[in-house]
Design a protein around this ligand. Structure first.
Ligand code: PLP
Length: 383
């Protein structure tokens, strides 16, 4: 079983099938009977993420990502924060990419620093600027495709640099998904995802994933057990359902995003379009090398005439729904400054390349020409 879509469908499925069920059932039980002679730590309990629902999801995700171990969590942020809290302590430093999802950015500039953990920023696209990490650095953290400016870092150089300096390397691969990027093969120690997005793909649950080195996943799982960020049984069932069609959905989302990016790039109302599959994107060479030329399902563009027009576009589309999130079957449109990055300091937003007039589109699986028609109706045609 070599193909990704086969692994997504068949990897980790319980054998023999439980009661013959082709689809694994929902194990709606918080606790499980103890087998005579077994110890307390052998027992299954939902908060310990060791129920049958968790076991087969962990197995599937390990197979799909080519990783030693996997862990699901109650949200992407639960996966990210448990990972960082398990790996870092007071006096340590985390080396963080300077462009990050707003929630992660707020965590780095808020809680992490209050707990005595230092944050050292790097431009993941420019290895020449990294030098040596500050003393006490333990972890380097980056995003596969940055949200919402779609930059792609030099990950081969980054994992090499992390090994040289004894740092644990962690990548948030939510925007890439396992269908486009293979972080573990690139040498990352850990890969995290908001499975609320493409991994589940149907916009009906919150979930998170950590995959990677077994010793590290074990540590993170211990931390998650205490923080209580486990995934509930019904969400496990839905995540399993969604994962099975990941590669099919991502393929269509990439096609739709490229179609919209080509429409927007050069449109008279748009000053810049951010999408890595466009030839003139600054990281296009890495998109070709690491992502097979596919740019993912999300693109963003800056509206030349300013925030009022950007807001009008955002609320005027009909097929595209004005809502945050991404990776679902329906296309969503937002202004990051008023949603995903609203909590980030406005000056920091500007440094991150997120003006108020930036609009982000997260493509679904509709017919691409209908999505273009939606924009033509609202913005006019290219010429
Ligand atoms: N990472 C990225 C790149 C995201 O875009 C998001 C949410 O938008 C998260 C993490 C957080 O995920 P969740 O909302 O599942 O906690």
């Amino acid at each position: 079983m070599d193909g990704l879509q086969s692994k997504l469908v068949h990897g980790g499925e319980p054998r023999p099938r439980i009661g013959g069920a082709v689809i694994p059932p929902i194990f709606q039980s918080a606790t499980y009977e103890q087998v005579p002679g077994s110890g307390y730590h052998d027992g299954r309990y939902i908060r310990l993420s060791n129920t049958p629902s968790h076991d087969h999801l962990h197995e599937k995700l390990s197979i799909v990502c080519g990783a030693e171990a996997a862990l699901v969590a109650s949200s992407g942020m639960a996966a990210i924060t448990s990972t960082l809290l398990a790996l870092l302590g007071s006096g340590d430093t985390v080396v963080a990419q300077d462009l990050l999802y707003g929630g992660t950015e707020s965590f780095f500039s808020g809680e992490v620093q209050r707990w005595g953990i230092g944050v050292h920023r790097i431009d993941a696209c420019d290895p020449d600027s990294w030098g040596s990490p500050p003393a006490g650095s333990r972890v380097v953290y980056c995003e596969a495709i940055t949200n919402p400016t779609c930059r792609i870092g030099d990950f081969k150089a980054l994992t090499r640099w992390a090994r040289e300096h004894d740092l644990i390397s962690v990548i948030d691969a939510t925007f890439a998904t396992p269908a486009l990027l293979r972080p573990i093969e690139l040498g990352f120690d850990l890969e995290v995802h908001s499975a609320t997005k493409a991994l589940n793909g149907h916009g009906d649950i919150a979930a998170g994933v950590v995959v990677g080195r077994e010793d590290l996943v074990k540590k993170i799982r211990h931390c998650l057990d205490h923080l209580g960020g486990h995934l509930d049984a019904h969400a496990c069932f839905l995540l399993h359902r969604g994962i099975r069609t990941l590669a099919l959905r991502v393929e269509r989302q990439c096609q739709n995003a490229l179609l919209l990016a080509r429409f927007l790039d050069g449109h008279p109302a748009v000053s810049i379009t951010h999408y890595p599959a466009l030839e003139r994107h600054p990281d296009h060479h890495r998109c070709l090398e690491l992502f097979g030329g596919k740019g993912g399902g999300v693109l963003s563009f800056d509206v030349s005439s300013g925030v009022e027009e950007a807001e009008r576009i955002t609320v005027s589309t009909q097929l595209m729904t004005t809502a945050p999130s991404l990776g679902g079957v329906e296309t969503l449109i937002i202004r990051p400054a008023s949603s995903s990055h609203a909590a980030v300091d406005p000056a920091v937003r500007i440094r991150m390349g997120i003006p108020d007039s930036l609009v982000r589109i997260a493509c679904g699986v509709e017919d691409g020409f209908d999505l273009v028609a939606d924009l033509v109706r609202v913005m006019g045609d290219r010429n």
